[in-house]
Design a protein around this ligand. Structure first.
Ligand code: PAF
Length: 287
């Protein structure tokens, strides 16, 4: 695996991977902020299935963290991450420093309205601007044929696809942005780099989140009303030791519009805090 930290070296490395113009190899990009876990590695494996070569980026993007969020504490473990990617046969690791990503004088922001509103967009003002901006830059830097993102951040995926459509991106095009299903621990908790913050007692209680979501979904599918069912879900989380619930909402999977009940394309989205850690999850109402 080649690790590059500057844009000229990246461009050269990608050109080398692509090979001759006659047989132009395909490149898949997996953008990450590092602290790689099995969820990321699943993205890498799926990328390897779809493309000739896999490039992974690791960049902890300050523009997507709010002033009171965990930017400083966010786990950084480049050597460990790099070793994991080697094992997976990743061809290229793009690890820009701050100066390479946002050089002095940097002044551009990408803001995607609509799908960015509500859910994490409401709780984390500016978060999706930061995501859209860095992902657009990563796309322009690597110019991959396709890119892969985890469905755990479903709203993020919707924002990135909307951006790619709206800006007529071609490398990758919106259709070549793939969502990969959530990878879960055996007790159902969605894997996340932030799970590393959880104390053992909080980690055990955190498994209530996917369980309570399954129960709420079963009730909604049985025809029970969404509002009281979601209120019950919130109570269940608070009873299990969650400190607060940021949201528990049914939304349309594509437009992220708020729904009062099942519409055939509904997804349940939950964000809740336990022991100072904010966990998010989402599941389709119809499996
Ligand atoms: O999902 C993430 O890890 C980040 O939001 C991303 C897409 C790498 C952008 O920084």
């Amino acid at each position: 695996m080649q690790t590059v930290t500057t844009l000229p070296n990246l461009r050269q490395a990608v050109d080398e991977l692509r090979g001759s113009a006659l047989k132009r190899d395909t490149v898949a990009l997996v953008p990450t902020m590092g602290a790689l876990h099995e969820g990321h590695l699943t993205l890498v494996r799926e990328a390897a299935r779809l493309a000739d070569h896999v490039a992974v980026s690791i960049f902890v993007n300050p523009r997507q963290f709010g002033p009171n969020e965990d930017l400083d504490a966010y786990p950084r473990q480049m050597a460990e991450d790099s070793a994991k990617l080697e094992v997976e046969g990743v061809a290229l690791l793009w690890a820009p420093d701050m100066e390479a990503m946002y050089p002095a004088g940097y002044a551009t922001n990408i803001s995607v309205s609509g799908v960015s509103a509500g859910l994490c967009g409401a709780d984390r003002p500016g978060h999706f601007d930061g995501v859209a901006t860095v992902v657009c830059k990563l796309f322009n830097q690597v110019r991959p044929d396709m890119a892969l993102f985890g469905e755990k951040d479903w709203q993020q995926l919707a924002v990135i696809r909307r951006m790619a459509r709206d800006l007529d991106l071609t490398q990758p095009s919106a259709d070549a942005i793939h969502g990969v299903p959530i990878v879960r621990d055996p007790d159902g908790l969605a894997m996340s780099s932030r799970n590393a913050y959880l104390l053992p007692e909080h980690r055990a209680a955190a498994a209530t989140l996917p369980r309570a979501m399954d129960e709420a979904i079963a009730r909604i599918r049985d025809g029970q009303e969404a509002a009281p069912t979601l209120a019950m879900l919130e109570d269940q989380l608070l009873g299990a030791g969650f400190a607060s619930v940021d949201y528990a909402e049914l939304r349309d999977a594509d437009t992220i519009a708020l729904l009062n009940g099942e519409n055939g394309n509904a997804r349940l989205f939950v964000a809740a805090r336990i022991g100072g850690t904010r966990l998010i999850d989402n599941k389709p109402v119809q499996q």
